[in-house]
Design a protein around this ligand. Sequence first.
Ligand code: E4P
Length: 218
Amino acid sequence: MKFFLDTANIEQIKTAHEMGIIDGVTTNPSLMAREGIRGEENILAHYVRICEIVEGDVSAEVISTDFAGMITEGEKLAALHKQIVVKIPVMESGIRAISYLTGKGIRTNCTLIFNPGQALLAAKAGASYVSPFIGRLDDIGEDGMDLIERLVHIFELYGMETEIIAASIRGTGHIIKCMEAGVDVATCPLDAITGLLNHPLTDAGLEKFLSDHRKLNG
Ligand code: E4P
């Protein structure tokens, strides 16, 4: 399973990159706004900065909701850097835009996926990735992991090339379940990834090793 970092925060991206654990980055307009990135020039420059830190794919989301706007934005974003994947919301104009951009050799990530039908249409249109949101389904009392498991099954059944990015991940439990489900990619906040390191027996074991060493060596 590949790990993408789900943030626009440069320090976190550098940290995860230096740990050698991330295969790409996903952003969205909310994450960009959280970092205070405003104005088209600054937004585009920020995407390039992220691409220069990591080696893998970097999802950059369009703001337009109409077909013409999406493809204009998509072409501009894709021209920024070879690692850019254009992120497009799942809607009729979005599916058309995915099909158009795919025809131009531009890779896309179809976002805001909440059911298998949406994922199917995005994949049929040629999306490189689909992003089902686990946490937001859990938030409304549905089962986000159930959607992931169904999508993995359906995509395997039909040999679809589109990769599934499990998104809206809230913690380590989601990450482990995604691994068990065989999802292609999990895009996660940094604290959810580093949370995988935690175990009380690791802490206790290390303390014992070090205290035994100190007894003989001071
Ligand atoms: C990533 O592609 C999504 O935009 C992101 O994971 C959404 O996460 P959230 O539901 O925590 O905002």
